[in-house]
Design a protein around this ligand. Structure first.
Ligand code: COA
Length: 254
């Protein structure tokens, strides 16, 4: 099972469990998470959701080979369903990030309510490096939380940044020593569980509602470009270079 789900003490834990591929996410993994998240919405026993990976990797983002096999072009594609689900979640979502969080591994955090990272965490938004463009409304949410210049640096250059920089930017709440990360995130989720569920729900909705429509519009706009770019020669060059373990050469494209 590449996605493990576990319900206990009011918390649904969703764990990326494909360490041999650095937890890269396939269409089947998105579908498994969509099912778990839908189930959590309708299960009153679930009062918080916790995303975790492994101590050395959160997720390397979309599985690049799967991207080519199952490009997310239709609105009902698993990745788009996943983004719709996390952007509309009514229950609080906590994430515990250790190691690499690439692409959607970082953009999914923009939809979480509390984000904790280990000191070994490394974030990256290499969409332009892959001949693609941002998704998950990150082209709107990143400038909002980090300011335009810092967001531009991360989204245009796509270079990785560490946990301390992510904290300064406002992307994460706190940097935690690696060996304490999962226990800490779990205890924060447990605090949410112990609070009145209705107050948590209404508070979350009040904080988010002013921009719910804007997030959906931005995601729809992004995915139009993203889907078209997936079959562009630039993306093909980037993906092939990744598989062949070489640097991509974009010099021949205008
Ligand atoms: N899609 C598919 N396979 C991936 C992957 C991805 N996004 N990320 C890693 N893998 C696979 C590698 O191909 C490799 O498979 P193999 O052992 O069968 O050759 C395995 O996972 C280990 O990856 P490797 O690159 O050797 O690990 P690393 O520790 O040196 O580097 C990363 C880790 C995350 C920095 C690196 O794998 C990476 O940059 N991945 C791509 C990230 C990316 O561009 N994601 C898409 C965002 S839209």
């Amino acid at each position: 099972m590449d996605i493990l789900t576990h319900k206990a003490d009011g918390i649904l834990t969703i764990e990326f469990n494909r360490p041999e591929k650095k937890n890269a996410i396939t269409a089947a993994m998105y579908s498994a998470m969509v099912e778990a998240l839908k189930d959590a919405e309708s299960d009153s026993a679930v009062r918080a959701i916790l995303f975790i990976g492994k101590p050395d990797v959160f997720t390397a983002g979309n599985d690049i080979e799967d991207f080519l096999k199952n490009p997310p072009t239709a609105a009902d594609s698993p990745v788009l369903q996943f983004l719709a689900q996390i952007s509309r979640a009514t229950k609080p979502m906590v994430a515990a990030v250790a190691g690499n969080a690439v692409g959607i591994g970082t953009t999914l955090l923009l939809h979480c309510d509390l984000v904790y990272a280990a000191d070994n965490a490394k974030f990256a938004l290499p969409f332009a490096q892959l001949g693609l463009c941002p998704e998950a409304a990150s082209s709107m949410l990143m400038p909002q939380i980090a300011g335009y210049q810092r967001a531009a640096e991360k989204l245009l250059l796509g270079e990785a940044f560490n946990a301390e920089e992510a904290r300064e930017m406002g992307l994460i709440n706190k940097v935690v020593p690696g060996d304490q990360l999962f226990a800490y995130a779990q205890s924060q989720a447990a605090k949410l569980v112990a609070l009145p569920a209705s107050s948590i729900r209404v508070t979350k909705r009040l904080m988010k509602q002013a921009q719910t429509a804007a997030v959906e519009t931005q995601m729809a706009e992004e995915i139009k470009h993203f889907s078209a770019m997936l079959s562009s020669p630039e993306a093909k060059e980037a993906f092939t270079a990744f598989v062949e373990r070489r640097k991509p050469d974009f010099s021949k494209f205008e």
